[in-house]
Design a protein around this ligand. Structure first.
Ligand SMILES: Nc1nc2c(ncn2[C@@H]2O[C@H](COP(=O)(O)OP(=O)(O)O)[C@@H](O)[C@H]2O)c(=O)[nH]1
Ligand SMILES: [Mg+2]
Length: 289
């Protein structure tokens, strides 16, 4: 009361991150024209990790959708078609990003199996092996990690086989202020310890911002003015040890039948940062493993 316009509770006066909602075409075009700066590289591989249900498949679908200009459900179709009897079947799946008329030099790998207590489940070793490029597409993760004589074991991974950005998808609607540490499972911690000397960039995609804040659900543009989202980002940063500038809030496509400008631009902004981080790391050469 008293103010000219009543502002709903939880809305900050100023956006906590400056964001140009009209940059979609600029970002999209830049990514469509992108070529890896290391001439020995044909594509940039990005690993997408996170707990089951966090929104990994939806994020991959959303990136695919933005570039296709229509809703794509490749990654989700894969999970649902495996059916309940095969829900433990976890294969390494890679998704190639395509624009209207060409394949783009980006590959997204859906890393399944970071569920904290599920057995059989893939091993941290296998995820590390996937980062280093030792695991070939289609490999089925088992309880024990990949053997060196397995037909899917790649002895001599090229730069394009190795992943140069690790993306964690974290569900904004379930991050708690309480001292529960579930978002970093023991496995994730182990993986991070193992690769800590490799300087692999890490980007966090904070999904489901619509579910986390009703203001954002009503209007996605409120994402950078929502107090709740700001707090969740800070919490996420503290828990994961990743600077807030490497955390990107998104709403994934999950039930829509058409793409939408606001959803697209947030997805593109996250993806642009992922690609640029990966490219910078890749310029320094392969992991020596
Ligand atoms: N409201 C909302 N739901 C989402 C979002 N992203 C994913 N979901 C839903 O969350 C559930 C799990 O998503 P999924 O991509 O399969 O997670 P995954 O197990 O990490 O691959 C699905 O029911 C999705 O429809 C989002 O940004 N907003
Ligand atoms: Mg999935």
């Amino acid at each position: 009361m008293g103010s000219r316009e009543s502002k709903p509770a939880g809305v900050l006066d100023e956006a906590w991150r400056t964001f140009d909602w009209r940059q979609k075409e600029v970002l999209k075009e830049r990514l469509e024209k992108f070529t890896p700066s290391n001439p020995d590289v044909t594509n940039i591989k990005i690993l997408v990790a996170g707990q089951i249900g966090a929104g990994k498949s939806s994020f991959i679908n959303s990136v695919l959708s933005v570039f296709q200009g229509e809703i794509v459900n490749e990654a989700i179709a894969d999970t649902s078609s495996s059916g309940p009897c095969h829900s433990f079947t976890k294969r390494l799946r890679t998704y190639r990003i395509r624009s209207a008329d060409a394949d783009l030099p980006f590959e997204l790998c859906d890393m399944k199996g970071l569920e904290p207590d599920r057995i059989p489940d893939c091993q941290p070793d296998d995820i590390v092996n996937s980062i280093y490029g030792h695991v070939k597409e289609g490999y089925k993760f088992e309880e024990k990690s990949i053997a060196r004589d397995d037909e899917h074991y790649n002895q001599n991974p090229s730069l394009s086989d190795q992943a140069f950005c690790l993306v964690y998808v974290i569900d904004a609607s379930t991050i708690q202020l309480a001292a529960d540490d579930k978002i970093i499972t023991k496995k994730l911690r182990l993986i991070r310890q193992t690769i800590s000397d490799k300087e692999i960039p890490q980007v966090i995609v904070m999904s489901k911002v619509d579910e986390a804040c009703p203001l954002v659900k009503k209007d996605l543009k409120m994402v950078y003015r929502s107090k709740k989202i700001k707090e969740k980002m800070e919490l996420c940063s503290a828990k994961m040890g990743v600077p807030v500038s490497y955390i990107f809030p998104v709403k994934n496509y999950h039930y829509e039948i058409n793409t939408n400008e606001d959803v697209d631009v947030l997805i593109l902004k996250a993806f642009d940062q992922i690609v640029r981080s990966a490219d910078t790391r890749q310029r320094h050469g392969a992991y020596n493993v």
